[in-house]
Design a protein around this ligand. Structure first.
Ligand code: COD
Ligand code: ZN
Length: 369
């Protein structure tokens, strides 16, 4: 099957024919219908985060189950699924309390030790345990969730990362209260879902901040009441717009400078939620005195701070009921062999929301239900 392979950081992905194993006892083989390009993939492609190579990246996908291992009984061929990088054990302290996103015992649960992907006999690593920039994904049973067949799979793919992370940051982590004043730094695929989540939560003001002024339209579409094109006095402007600071700020980029800005945008007793990850080894300078005097809270959120197996079907219902808008998140569908151009557009600021690789044949089968 064809996959986009990373051979070294800072080199283009190469489309290769690679071998994929048969499902191990606990595994599911998925025919990919759609696979989104996330900024986190870029962190690995550019060497900001470590990734063993050769590897196939991609972690925001949906597709149709082709085959399952002997121990998988609740999912079968033909089921429509969303994949998620959050494979979980199901028995650790975090899993049994519903926080499967931070499972502390993620062993290789495939039921086999053989490499799942190979190229000319050499192991190819599965980025995020998925490797979704490919025609097929071989994943642990606890790395997929079934979705309603009425759910278009290109929209469904987005729920595996950007939508899950953005909405979860608002609903689960910050728990934004109706009538709040919210600031969101970064209006990318994930930030736009934070904005939409804040709108659904009933925030009265949502100030979107982004370097790219072209993000204004889409940020406002998802619920931003104000848009600020990032500049030197962005903190003062947000404090003024919100009448003394935001109740909640979200940093959705992963840069120390914007984390410090987001903190300074808070009013007294405000809560900063960090969604973006900084590159490995990068520290963030913190104003300790102000944090204490203002009783500011700072928290991290990872992939939406909840069990994706609960959240994704819920988001699918919201979409199908017209309560969650996903269509404009899909900026462009591209082919697998256009993946490098897709990332160049993301980094060059030419992607409004999300670019998604689609496989036309699988999308067509899925559309027939
Ligand atoms: N000031 C304001 N805006 C900026 C700045 C700046 N200095 N720099 C960049 N931006 C804007 C860009 O113009 C762009 O609009 C946006 O920030 C970034 O958007 P994308 O689409 O490139 O990025 P996303 O939304 O795909 O990813 C953002 C994350 C922060 C979620 C991701 O990179 C990350 O760190 N993920 C790891 C954490 C996590 O929970 N992951 C789960 C999902 S991957
Ligand atoms: Zn992602």
């Amino acid at each position: 099957m064809k996959a986009a392979v990373l051979f070294a950081a800072n080199t283009p992905l190469e489309i290769r024919d690679i071998e994929i194993d048969k499902p191990g006892p606990r595994e599911v083989l998925v025919q990919v219908a759609a696979s989104g390009l996330c900024h986190s993939d870029w962190h690995f492609m550019s060497g900001g985060l470590a990734q063993a190579v050769p590897a196939v990246l991609g972690h925001e996908a949906a597709g149709i189950v082709e085959a399952v291992g002997v121990d998988v009984r609740d999912i079968g061929p033909g089921d429509h699924v969303v994949t998620c990088a959050l494979t979980f054990c199901g028995h650790c302290e975090q899993c049994v309390t519903g926080h499967t996103n931070v499972c502390t015992d993620k062993p290789e649960r495939t039921g086999t030790t053989a490499p799942r992907l190979t190229l000319a006999g050499t192991r190819v690593h599965q980025g995020a345990r998925l490797a979704a920039f490919a025609e097929q994904i071989l994943v642990d049973r606890n790395g997929v969730v079934k979705v309603d067949r009425a759910m278009p799979l290109d929209r469904a793919a987005l729920m595996g990362c950007s939508v899950l992370t953005g909405l979860g940051a608002v609903f689960q982590s910050a728990q934004v209260r109706p009538g709040s004043r919210v600031a969101v730094i970064g209006s990318g695929g994930v930030g736009l879902s934070v904005i939409q989540g804040a709108r659904i939560a009933g925030a009265s003001q949502i100030v979107a901040v982004d370097l790219n002024p072209e993000k204004r339209g889409i940020a406002e579409h998802f619920g931003a009441t104000h848009f600020v094109a990032a500049h030197d006095n962005v903190v003062a402007e947000v404090r003024e717009l919100t009448g003394g600071g935001a109740d909640y700020a979200f940093e959705v980029i992963g840069l120390p400078a914007t984390v410090v800005q987001a903190l300074a945008m808070l009013r007294v007793r405000g809560v900063l939620t960090l969604v973006g990850v900084t590159n490995a080894g990068v520290d963030i300078p913190m104003p300790g005195l102000q944090i204490v005097l203002n009783e500011w809270s700072i928290q991290g959120t990872f992939f939406g701070s909840a069990a994706f197996t609960q959240e994704i079907p819920r988001f699918a219902r919201m979409y199908l009921d017209g309560k969650l808008d996903l269509d404009p998140l899909l900026s462009e569908t591209i082919r697998l062999d256009e993946v490098n151009r897709g990332f160049a557009d993301m980094i060059g600021g030419h992607t409004q929301a999300r670019k998604v690789i689609t496989f036309a044949d699988v999308m067509a089968v899925a559309a027939r239900g």
